[in-house]
Design a protein around this ligand. Structure first.
Ligand SMILES: NC(=O)c1ccc[n+]([C@@H]2O[C@H](COP(=O)([O-])OP(=O)(O)OC[C@H]3O[C@@H](n4cnc5c(N)ncnc54)[C@H](OP(=O)(O)O)[C@@H]3O)[C@@H](O)[C@H]2O)c1
Length: 250
């Protein structure tokens, strides 16, 4: 067997667990990984048509895993037996469009639970179970801590908290030869956007500002191809700034 054959065989044997990967960015990542020969277990609360189509296109490579857990503890218990993977992608992340003053206690709690505590609990389990040489990919937010965001208050606070955790815990994971990265995208055209946002962001799309889910998958491909010595990076994914300036002329 030639070197290239043997390296492509070892790539084919790699496995990924994707949490919340059944729509939007998650689907684009699944497709990119399946093309690289990864076997992807994709947790989702419902089996959406797009995931079904992708799973049938990449038979035995993309495996939907329907888990609609009511609590994060329940989800962690059900995902823990599947954490012995090369790649863990924590793409789950609900978002609320609510102003700071309108955000009630329950909203803050829900954002922290599903965006932060779930990621923390899965990371602690992954530290014990993941394969050496593995990678964890989180989804965060690239904004200075002091900058406020009035329309998605609880979501942004949660994502920034997650980023602090990633930095804090990365050295502990690295001792076990597990790398960690945080993808921090600008606006992406995905089901996360509500109708109001979509209208606004479609005008951004006309300026070339809105990202496609495939742009994010490309960022992850770049991470996977990076040498093992590269670790603990926040990877902002944005369109060129010159495109953003056009926004004001709309
Ligand atoms: N779109 C953007 O502009 C943007 C920008 C920055 C960061 N992000 C981050 O990118 C990641 C992917 O988002 P996306 O844009 O691809 O949106 P998406 O298609 O709505 O994906 C979000 C995922 O989160 C899961 N989810 C939502 N609410 C949940 C809840 N209460 N409990 C458990 N899981 C829940 C969904 O799982 P189900 O399949 O089970 O519904 C869905 O797969 C998220 O972490 C998001 O915060 C997105």
């Amino acid at each position: 067997m030639s070197i290239s054959e043997s390296s492509s065989k070892s790539q084919q044997e790699k496995t990924c667990l994707m949490v919340g990967g059944g729509s939007g960015i998650g689907l684009a990542i699944c497709e990119m990984l399946a093309k690289r020969g990864y076997r992807c277990l994709v947790q989702s609360r419902t089996l959406k048509e797009e995931l079904k189509i992708l799973a049938s296109r990449f038979d035995k490579k993309i495996i939907p895993m329907l888990i609609d857990a009511r609590t994060i503890d329940d989800l962690v218990v059900r995902l823990s037996p599947h954490l012995s993977v090369d790649l863990l992608v924590l793409v789950h992340g609900p978002m609320y469009q609510k102003k700071t003053e309108e955000t009630v206690s329950e909203d803050w709690k829900e954002m922290m639970d599903w965006n932060v505590h779930l990621a923390i609990d899965l990371t602690l389990e992954a530290r014990k179970a993941m394969k050496s040489g593995g990678t964890i990919i989180y989804f965060g937010f690239d904004q200075p801590p002091y900058k406020t965001n009035t329309h998605t208050a609880a979501y942004v606070v949660a994502k920034k908290s997650l980023l602090q955790f990633i930095h804090q815990y990365a050295p502990v994971l690295y001792e076990r030869h597990i790398r960690s990265f945080c993808i921090a995208p600008d606006f992406v055209d995905s089901p996360l956007l509500d109708e109001k946002q979509r209208k606004r962001w479609i005008s951004y799309a006309e300026t070339g500002f809105l990202l496609d889910p495939e742009d994010i998958a490309e960022g992850i491909r770049w991470i996977l191809d990076a040498p093992p010595s590269i670790n603990r990076l926040v990877v902002p994914i944005k369109k060129w700034r010159s495109c953003r300036k056009n926004k004001s002329s709309l």
